[in-house]
Design a protein around this ligand. Structure first.
Ligand code: FES
Ligand code: FES
Length: 153
């Protein structure tokens, strides 16, 4: 076991972890941040995407110890400071970009990373960027519409 500390959503977070503890496990089990979902644990589904030092990362592909001293943001850190939905979250709600919601945290985190890189992505660019995020419910159409709306707002 080793102690790992990092910043999560702007607050210090630390725990004793094993070398094999995944960042996704650290967030969910040590920190109680269960908005980061685990759909596969094998880097397929994207439900576990968080930001590590500003970059979108599948948190099941990284050991917690690899994130030592990093700035991590999870879906719990995405709302506006007053607790209202961020423009991306609001666009997903308004354009029905979710059904069961399981994929949604990862979709929102990936969208935030995409819009940081490319403020006005085309539909093709959105679909390509989301290749690593699987949704079993929506058929993706409304997710793309939500992202276009967020980009335009
Ligand atoms: Fe990480 Fe599916 S749980 S990609
Ligand atoms: Fe159900 Fe995407 S809304 S998996």
């Amino acid at each position: 076991m080793a102690k790992v500390s990092m910043s999560v959503n702007g607050k210090p977070a630390e725990a004793e972890v094993e070398g094999r503890t995944l960042l996704s496990q650290f967030l969910r089990e040590s920190q109680g941040l269960t908005g980061t979902h685990i759909g596969c644990d094998t880097s397929q589904c994207g439900a576990c995407v968080v930001h590590v030092n500003g970059k979108a990362v599948k948190s099941c592909t990284m050991f917690a110890l690899e994130a030592a001293d990093a700035e991590v943001t999870t879906i719990e850190g995405m709302a506006n400071p007053d607790g209202s939905l961020s423009k991306i979250q609001a666009a997903f709600q308004e354009h029905h970009g979710l059904q069961c919601g399981f994929c949604t945290p990862g979709m929102v985190m990936s969208t935030a990373a995409l819009l940081k890189e490319n403020a006005n992505p085309s539909e093709t660019e959105i679909r390509e960027y989301l290749e690593g995020n699987i949704c079993r419910c929506t058929g993706y159409h409304n997710i793309v519409k939500a992202i276009q709306a967020a980009a335009a707002s």
